[in-house]
Design a protein. Structure first.
Length: 146
């Protein structure tokens, strides 16, 4: 049974994002109507959605590469391609099929999806510190340069 639910509903995500936007305005003493995106960028804060992706990717790295915690490691399975391709050297994870929205929120589905979406240079980091740094940079770039 899958107990680790990751993704939140859009409603909760919007509420959390609004709270983060207000907090950014308070920290920088900006006006109430000031756009939050430049403030978040100035504070070097990830948006709520990207922060959730950061946490999921970090847990996935620890479970997949460092093999801890054990209960999460058992939920992840390495993708083994049927044919020999250049992309087969990339450390991808198998994304299980699910038919329900609740099933898509499970760690065993969300973690491989998040992991496989990361750039190769992030996935192939040699240490946890390097992984964290590259991951935040990649997420920050996709969040604010789009």
């Amino acid at each position: 049974m899958q107990l680790v639910a990751v993704r939140r509903t859009r409603f909760h995500g919007r509420k959390l994002q609004r709270a983060q936007n207000v907090l950014a305005r308070v920290v920088l003493q900006a006006k109430y109507r000031a756009s939050a995106k430049p403030l978040l960028r100035q504070l070097h804060w990830l948006s709520v959605r990207e922060r959730i992706s950061y946490k999921v990717a970090l847990l996935t790295y620890k479970a997949h590469i460092m093999s801890s915690p054990d209960y999460l490691t058992r939920l992840l399975h390495r993708h083994v391609p049927t044919r020999s391709l250049r992309s087969s050297v990339a450390p991808l994870l198998l994304v299980p099929r699910t038919q329900t929205n609740i099933g898509k929120r499970a760690f065993s589905v969300t973690a491989p999806s998040t992991w496989n979406a990361l750039p190769n240079y992030v996935r192939q980091s040699d240490s946890l510190a390097i992984f964290k740094s590259r991951l935040k940079t990649a997420l920050f770039t996709t969040d604010f340069d789009s």
